[in-house]
Design a protein around this ligand. Structure first.
Ligand code: AMP
Ligand code: ZN
Length: 133
């Protein structure tokens, strides 16, 4: 399969490795939002979260947690954002699912996406379409 991140896992393309275990791999994003911006991936290729098994997601999230702790402990970052661009419409460019860990500092000036409140009746309409009860 012609996948950049599979090639990084295989060592065919160099990366700045942060962590590796039997199932997961973490490395620096080459074009970081902030210093230490890390990508966490599963070694088995799946392109989005819907294709992943719960076990694969749990393994990936355990690694996210480890890296997040190390960022707080060793990089001096106060916090981090965890971001998944899940499919193209959400901005996913590399089709090997990955979690972005973005170190944050108070007052670093990074702005999340804009938000605005629902209009009258909109929330009820939307939630009725996709809630799982
Ligand atoms: P996404 O838009 O969620 O698919 O993000 C893909 C990310 O991969 C971007 O933030 C890129 O900067 C990053 N990226 C692309 N090529 C490489 C590479 N060779 N090594 C590390 N990160 C990369
Ligand atoms: Zn892949």
């Amino acid at each position: 399969m012609d996948c950049l991140f599979c090639k990084i896992i295989a060592g065919e393309i160099p990366s700045y490795k942060v962590y590796e275990d039997d199932n997961t791999f973490a490395f620096l994003d080459i074009n970081p939002v902030s210093q230490g911006h890390t990508l966490v991936i599963h070694k088995q290729h799946f392109s989005n979260l819907e294709e992943a098994s719960e076990e694969q997601l749990a393994q990936t999230m355990a690694t996210v947690k480890k890296i997040g702790q190390s960022i707080k402990d060793n990089l001096g970052a106060e916090s981090y954002n965890l971001v998944v661009n899940n499919d193209e419409a959400a901005g996913q460019i590399i089709s090997h699912a990955h979690f972005h860990i973005i170190p944050r500092e108070r007052g670093d000036g990074l702005q999340p996406w804009p938000q605005s409140p629902y209009e009258e009746g909109q929330a009820e309409e939307v939630v009725s379409k996709f809630r799982i009860l």
